[in-house]
Design a protein around this ligand. Structure first.
Ligand code: C2O
Ligand code: CU
Ligand code: CU
Length: 493
């Protein structure tokens, strides 16, 4: 046992935790460390050290519009909006204890992480909800490096809308050559004049149309001031859209961002079409940004997704200093690929999901209302949307019958058809999908995504290997749409 004294372990390279004593007292850790010591004494023992974090979910206050602005009552992870950025390491076990200090049930979903089903955070389906005053221990080993995020999957519309979201960064085994690694976690808030979060979550207009789009966009929890940059530096910028409903299309004036990963998964480095980075709710994009502007100058970052509603999100403000280097950093911008299983398209099982419903011209609800025979669609958790004729509403619950079942190891060739007049970022739990085609044209750059944006009437084909058993959610990540029926479940046995 003396072999496990803290000083020995620190010397062997284990990262020091605030909770170190708790960590070393864990039985699993002691056994694993002893095993490593006996069989391979020269290897660093980091692989057997579990990263442990504790996160408290509770009401808090935030100054979303800056230090002079009003206090907004929010719900927060560890008191901050967004929650703390969790940094894990690829292929190293993590243990995250979540304490619920809200007056209602919650869960945490680790969006985009390919993890065991029991850790996926869907109430009823994969775990019992965490009751007020109770805790839940999440344990998983992230297989993929990249930019992910976490959020509740209970009362999702309200809990996410009151601020519960945080970034989860899984670090590459080898550090990537950049001058700075930055994160912009984007959130969209609907605030009343007094700075309070506006009431009316889940109203029929939001539910059956574009969702609850807000009126204040924050970066890392505040309306952004200038972003200070230096000429010549290379920044890895991790963009994550944690909005309920707002789709963004970011343009960096005077700059040429190169997309290196989408939804955490590295792709072939490429410049986006017409220089616009389209980020639907729940999507992440990592870009490499060589700061090639002039010292002392300012360049706008513009979001122009919605016609006629373009606004300047923030400004890149260059330091006066001469460029750090004459030419862009001479290092490859591509990231190492993650170990995703390659789909076998020839032997694939085909499945199709059709997105239906929503408001059409003339204030009529397409199909769903009549189909379901319900009174006021979209109100009080009733259906405004459907997938293949069935509306699953809410957050996920016990007894959801799977739309289809896949035998473990088969490749699923999934077609998603949007019959509605609205945009839908469709999100799959537990897997990342290779995006094959959009409206019949093949998608370049070997893109893998867990959230795929469908424009009105789009058809998307994707494929993934069903290597992870369990019941998994597949839903629109516009929170209102999910709650009002744009959700389904599939099973891998
Ligand atoms: Cu990011 Cu089912 O969610
Ligand atoms: Cu997810
Ligand atoms: Cu949707």
């Amino acid at each position: 046992m003396s072999r496990c004294s803290p000083s020995t372990e620190i010397a062997k390279g284990i990262r020091v935790h605030s909770d170190f004593h708790h960590l070393i007292s864990r039985r699993g850790f002691l056994i694993a460390a002893a095993g490593v010591a006996a069989s391979a004494p020269m290897r660093p023992v980091r692989a057997s050290a579990t990263e442990e974090r504790r996160i408290k979910v509770a009401p808090s206050q935030a100054r979303l519009t800056g230090t002079d602005g009003p206090q907004t009552p929010v719900w927060a992870y560890d008191g901050t909006v967004p929650g703390p950025t969790l940094r894990l390491r690829q292929r190293e076990p993590a243990r995250i204890v979540v304490d619920n200090g809200l007056d209602e049930d919650t869960t945490v979903h680790w969006h985009g992480i390919r993890l065991p089903n029991a850790m996926d955070g869907v109430p009823g389906l994969t775990q019992k909800p965490i009751k007020p005053g109770e805790s839940f221990v999440y344990e998983f080993t992230p297989p993929d490096a990249g930019t992910f995020w976490y959020h509740p999957h209970a009362d999702s519309l309200v809990q996410l809308g009151r601020g519960l979201a945080g970034a989860l960064i899984v670090e590459e085994a080898e550090p990537v050559a950049v001058d700075r690694d930055l994160l912009w976690l984007l959130q969209d808030w609907r605030l009343a004049k007094d700075g309070q979060i506006a009431a009316g979550f889940g109203n029929m207009m939001d539910a059956a149309m574009s969702g609850r789009v807000g009126n204040v966009v924050t970066i890392n929890g505040t309306v952004p001031a200038d972003q200070l940059v230096k000429a010549g530096e290379r920044i890895r910028l991790r963009l994550a859209n944690a909005s309920l409903a707002r789709i963004m299309a970011l343009r960096f004036e005077g700059h040429r961002p190169v997309v290196v990963a989408i939804d955490g998964q590295p792709c072939d480095p490429h410049e986006p079409d017409s220089g616009r980075l389209v980020l639907a709710p729940a999507m992440r994009i990592d870009v490499m940004l060589d700061m090639q502007g002039d010292p002392g100058k300012r360049y706008a970052v513009i979001d122009d997704f919605y016609d006629g509603l373009a606004y300047t999100l923030t400004t890149l403000a260059y330091d006066e200093a001469p460029p750090l280097r004459a030419h862009p950093l001479d290092a490859p911008v591509g990231l190492p690929r993650n170990p995703l299983p390659a789909p076998d398209l020839a032997g694939a099982e085909r499945q199709e999901i059709v997105l239906q419903g929503g408001m059409m011209g003339g204030g009529k609800l397409a199909g769903v209302g009549g189909m379901m025979g319900m009174g006021m669609p979209g109100m009080n958790g009733e259906a405004a949307w459907a997938i293949n004729g069935t509306s699953m509403t809410g957050d996920g619950h016990a007894g959801m019958a799977p739309q289809f079942t896949l035998r473990r190891g088969t490749t699923c060739h999934l077609t998603m058809r949007n019959e509605t007049a609205w945009w839908h970022p469709m999100h799959i739990h537990g897997f990342s999908m290779s995006v094959l085609s959009r409206n019949g044209s093949s998608v370049p750059h070997r893109q893998w995504q867990d959230t795929v944006l469908l424009a009105p009437k789009d058809t998307i084909e994707c494929a993934f290997v069903a290597d992870n058993p369990g019941d998994w959610m597949l839903h629109c990540h516009v929170a209102d749409h999910q709650m009002a029926g744009l959700m389904t479940v599939f099973r891998v046995t």
